[in-house]
Write a protein that binds this ligand. Structure first.
Ligand SMILES: [Zn+2]
Length: 290
């Protein structure tokens, strides 16, 4: 290795370790990103206050918040990690933490507008999958993508491999009972990842989905205009890059107001709203496994 390359790597590693804005496609450095993102997530959770959503919130594990521009798809510790869409001019609306009492209304809205979305569902957290199983079956039947958000929304970066396996397989079995298939795509709660989590998830055949725009609906559950800002930024940049948008169908206004305004805004800019699988160019057969 030449001294020039060593110097460049040292600078990049320092930048990543201090979580400053840096653009790199070097997969060796991305492990550091994950750790720093996860740390930010824990700080964020400890200091924020959204009483009626306690335990449900997503973190700041979002490259865009930290000023990081992650590659759309990258390998880290053997895992495939997705941060945005690879198909140009697409937007994937993603809804975490359901199913919940608003999910049926959301499906009505998506059906009326002809939009397909992706649901990262839980098994047993503040609500129970068994109470809303018809909603999940309906979403699947109507062409939305069902993906895993773990059984009970714990931070995988704090768990050992066996605990992670249990979180994943318990929900897999529940989804298989409802749909006859198991999801290939998962999103870690709070975006929390560790080397152990990535290796374990990869060994279980999961693709890990993050996001590149967080509506912050968990932080501002009543401020739809605030929630729309990241979406507006995403589709107004003038390039054709596809985007994965983070939202939560456990928040009433996200369902009843933000979704409709987001659809109108995204369409006005010429983007297509598709599932995560489709925005990666994957056929439906690749979204699930037997
Ligand atoms: Zn979540």
């Amino acid at each position: 290795m030449t001294s020039m390359i060593r110097m460049v790597l040292a600078v990049l590693l320092f930048a990543a370790a201090t979580a400053t804005a840096v653009t790199s496609t070097n997969p060796e450095i991305l492990t550091t990103y994950d750790k720093s993102l996860s740390t930010t997530a824990n700080i964020s959770l400890a200091t924020k206050s959204v009483p009626d959503l306690s335990g449900r919130d997503e973190s700041d594990a979002d490259g865009s918040i930290l000023g990081l521009e992650l590659p759309a798809v990258y390998e880290s510790d053997g895992a495939t990690i997705i941060s945005r869409c690879t198909v140009p001019d697409t937007v994937a609306l993603t809804y975490d933490d359901g199913p919940f009492m608003y999910t049926d209304t959301l499906l009505d809205i998506l059906e009326e507008k002809g939009v397909k979305a992706t649901f990262f569902i839980l098994g047993d957290s503040n609500s129970r999958l068994s109470d809303y199983k018809e909603m999940v079956q309906r979403a699947h039947r109507e062409g939305h993508q069902i993906a895993s958000h773990t059984w009970s929304h714990k931070d995988l970066s704090m768990m050992d491999s066996q605990q992670i396996r249990e979180e994943m397989t318990e929900l897999d079995h529940a989804i298989e009972n409802l749909l006859g298939v198991k999801p290939v795509y998962m999103r870690p709660p709070f975006g929390g990842l560790s080397t152990t989590a990535k290796k374990t998830l990869a060994s279980m055949g999961y693709n890990i989905v993050l996001w590149n725009h967080d509506t912050n609906d968990w932080r501002h559950p009543s401020d739809v205009n605030e929630n729309l800002i990241p979406i507006r930024q995403a589709v107004s940049s003038g390039d054709t890059q596809g985007h994965i948008i983070l939202m939560h169908d456990v928040i009433e206004k996200t369902v009843t107001e933000l979704t409709l305004q987001a659809i109108e805004l995204v369409r006005s800019k010429g983007f297509r709203m598709v599932t995560v699988g489709e925005c990666l160019g994957k056929p439906k057969s690749a979204w699930y496994r037997e």
